[in-house]
Write a protein that binds this ligand. Structure first.
Ligand code: OAD
Length: 265
């Protein structure tokens, strides 16, 4: 299945095979799947790399509903800290390259597992969030939504640091926790786009977490040309057509330049 696995020390033009060039430059429907790796160069840690979040913290204690219900203060504090950090981060050249690519193809969508909102901050318009967004919060009882500022207002004015809605329900972050369903609309749209894609890029994800990791497989099964951008090998590497081994903040701007020069529609 795989054309080649390449490093990016040399020029990207020389490294793309003729099949890769033909498929990339003739594509009309492009779908991107991103994971934590695309935001690594913005200073947001990934989950499963050496210094990843899940190597320091336990998802059992922090990223599931039971933990939130039993230890609301600890879980809320942890998410507030992460939100305060993420809020100050900026998109990197990888995010900006994808934003520019959006203008070049008739159909271009980003499906992201990230909850940091950096694609939108970079200006990308068609972004499907599979795992929610840490900047949003909602009441588990009446489902009222709270912005970060509204949440902080409540959080900072309670001695307990247990954020409560007017209806007495707990306020939680709008992120998908382990054991929870992904938002149905986002998931359906993601699989539909993967089925129809001509070109599919899987960027900065370990492809470890389902159902997101099934999306590139669906694209492959339906005839898309699939490229992985990642400095390390993943469970998908042996199935994709081409592997661009390196950081997305370095590879994607080079790929963008190639596409701008060669796009044939
Ligand atoms: P992981 O931490 O599992 O994987 C991050 C991937 O990014 C790895 O394959 C790295 O090699 C790669 N990477 C690191 N630096 C990179 C760079 N500069 N450029 C490109 N790639 C780089 O993160 P995800 O695959 O996103 O779920 O994890 C999936 C889900 O697991 C997350 O959405 C989160 C987590 O539990 C929820 O919170 C529901």
């Amino acid at each position: 299945m795989m054309d080649s696995s390449i490093g990016l020390r040399s020029n990207l033009t020389e490294l793309l095979t003729s099949i890769a060039k033909e498929r990339i430059y003739s594509s009309r429907k492009v779908v991107i799947l991103t994971g934590a790796g695309i935001s690594a160069e913005s200073g947001i840690p990934t989950f499963r790399d050496k210094d990843g979040i899940w190597t320091k913290f336990s998802p059992e204690e922090l990223a599931n509903f039971d933990a939130f219900y039993k230890n609301t203060k600890i879980v809320s504090e942890w998410y507030k800290k992460r939100r305060d950090i993420i809020e100050k981060k900026h998109p990197n050249p990888g995010h900006f390259a994808l934003k520019e690519m959006e203008q070049l193809f008739p159909s271009f969508h980003i499906i992201t597992q990230n909850i940091d909102g950096l694609h939108q901050k970079a200006g990308s318009e068609k972004v499907i969030e599979l795992h929610g967004n840490i900047m949003r919060n909602y009441c588990i009882n009446c489902k009222k939504e709270y912005t970060t500022d509204e949440f902080d207002e409540i959080y900072n004015h309670t001695d307990t640091h247990i954020p409560m809605c007017d209806c007495d329900g707990l306020i939680r972050p709008d992120v998908v926790w382990f054991g929870e369903q992904l938002p149905q609309d986002a998931l359906e749209t993601a699989f539909q786009l993967a089925e129809e894609a001509d070109l599919f890029l899987t960027i900065g994800t370990s492809a470890y977490v389902r159902p997101a990791s099934d999306i590139p497989i669906v694209a492959l099964q339906n005839g898309a040309y699939v490229i992985e951008v990642n400095p390390a090998k993943t469970g998908l590497t042996n199935f994709t057509h081409l592997n661009l081994l390196g950081k997305s903040g370095e590879i994607l701007p080079k790929l963008l330049e190639e596409i701008k020069l060669n796009l044939n529609h």
